[in-house]
Design a protein. Sequence first.
Length: 106
Amino acid sequence: MANVRHPDCIIRDLAREAKNRLREGAYDRELARSVPQGVSLSQRRMYIRLKELLDRGEEVVNPISQLADADLLSRLSHDERQRYILRLAADYAAMKRELDCRLAAK
């Protein structure tokens, strides 16, 4: 059913903008710059943080201390802390490799 009562609705404007982006192919350009597909949520966060650091010109010297959540680490038990650090290191390695490949392709 069409929105006859409110032709200037905000939702209608947003839908019109989305259709225009789709028509222009803007989604394809955005996907090329976005986070890699098929990664976990923690890897997605890691990629965004690494990209921000790279854009600012900062170098990641010690990824565990620079990228770990200090508040979370202080609340975890010894075993949980080790699991968190291992997962963080694996995510860092995977996303660093992905960023290096993307930068080499440019």
